[in-house]
Design a protein around this ligand. Structure first.
Ligand SMILES: Nc1ncnc2c1ncn2[C@@H]1O[C@H](COP(=O)(O)OP(=O)(O)OP(=O)(O)O)[C@@H](O)[C@H]1O
Length: 332
């Protein structure tokens, strides 16, 4: 088990990690999501032993992970860290890069393993190419394969799909996480991408200014984001007065707002939410509509574009609104 206990770290004056605590059970996949600069990479680097902490400690299976001041060669052999720069050897082949940490003692076993990993990242035909001649996305796939070559006990992935085209990303993501589950590899993945954070994780940590502000299952986090910061990591979100979405009575406290995702608002015959359409943006499966309610900008999804200045009425599922309101009042 990984135990991160109350760790703080700063490069200069301001803390970059501020009293961070969480646990990862063996085989668990944990996503860390937060805006740029919130401390995701620093957290992964700290877990890998690349930073000397100001306070707190990190343990893997009870053994303390030490920073560079106490460990001449930072990083432990049972942990692999895939950084945002891929750190590949540019002048040796893709195969040699993937096999860098594998023993030469059993050459056939080594070759089988490299072939299996290259197949997973769809780079078999590039086995003899040099990373220097590959695209950014292809290099990232080589780095991913190399990080998994030794079947680490703990894998730390920093934005592992950021350079990979959406055409490949979904399949690679599915295959990678299936592989991790099969091998019972514990994984922490830092990401901006809500699909990375939601689709495959057992638990998601939301980080803001170096602090963990939420820790929950992806489903509960998405259903009850609790703050506009958390909700906005999953896409455009509206903050709406509950009395505009619920029948009279039971409408929360004055000043309350509920968070409503764009796909949860629907055009209705009548409602309290009378909106003037401003613009329609084509997003593939639907249009994102920007409208105004008494000067407040609202976004919602609609199957077709709507003419500017058209007046429409918006509704949301009352059950969802009530649940969010209750959750908000419970958690403050
Ligand atoms: N080597 C460094 N020296 C000083 N400050 C740093 C250093 N590395 C990162 N920081 C600062 O620490 C904070 C957290 O950075 P970090 O890279 O952990 O954020 P992040 O959430 O991973 O961002 P991104 O999503 O953009 O990669 C930022 O304010 C950053 O400017």
């Amino acid at each position: 088990m990984l135990e991160v206990q109350d760790i703080s770290f700063r490069f200069t004056e301001n803390p970059v990690l501020d009293a961070v605590s969480f646990k990862a059970e063996p085989g668990q996949i944990i996503s860390v999501i937060g805006e740029s600069g919130s401390g995701k990479s620093t957290l992964l680097r700290a877990v890998y032993g690349l930073h000397d902490l100001e306070q707190g400690e990190i343990r893997w299976k009870g053994k303390k992970i030490l920073g560079p001041a106490y460990n001449l060669v930072p990083g432990e052999s049972y942990i692999k860290y895939l950084a945002q720069d891929f750190d590949l050897m540019p002048y040796t082949t893709v195969s040699e890069n993937v096999g860098k940490f594998l023993s030469n003692f059993y050459p056939e076993e080594k070759k089988r393993r490299i072939d299996e990993l290259l197949e997973m990242v769809e780079l078999t035909e590039y086995a003899n190419s040099r990373p220097g001649n590959l695209s950014g996305g292809q290099q990232q796939r080589v780095a991913l394969a190399r990080a998994m070559a030794l079947k680490p006990e703990l894998l730390l992935l920093d934005e592992p799909f950021s350079h990979i085209d959406s055409f490949r990303k979904s399949k690679l993501r599915r295959d990678l996480f299936a592989f991790l589950r099969k091998k019972q590899i514990t994984c922490i993945i830092a990401t901006h991408d809500s699909v990375d954070a939601l689709a495959h994780a057992d638990k998601t940590l939301v980080i803001k200014d170096g602090r963990i502000v939420r820790e929950d299952s992806p489903q509960r986090l998405y259903q009850n984001p609790g703050s506009s910061y958390t909700a906005s990591l999953f896409g455009e979100v509206n903050e709406i007065r509950p009395d505009l979405l619920l029948p009279p009575g039971n409408n929360g406290q004055p000043g309350d707002k509920v968070l409503v995702y764009t796909h949860e608002l629907h055009v209705a015959e009548q409602s309290h939410l009378k909106v003037r359409v401003k613009e329609s943006y084509f997003e593939g499966g639907h249009y994102l509509i920007r409208g105004l309610y008494h000067g407040q900008v609202l976004f919602f999804d609609h199957p077709v574009p709507l003419p500017p200045e058209k007046i429409i009425y918006l509704k949301a599922d009352e059950k969802i609104v009530k649940e969010r309101l209750n959750h908000k009042n419970k958690t403050g």
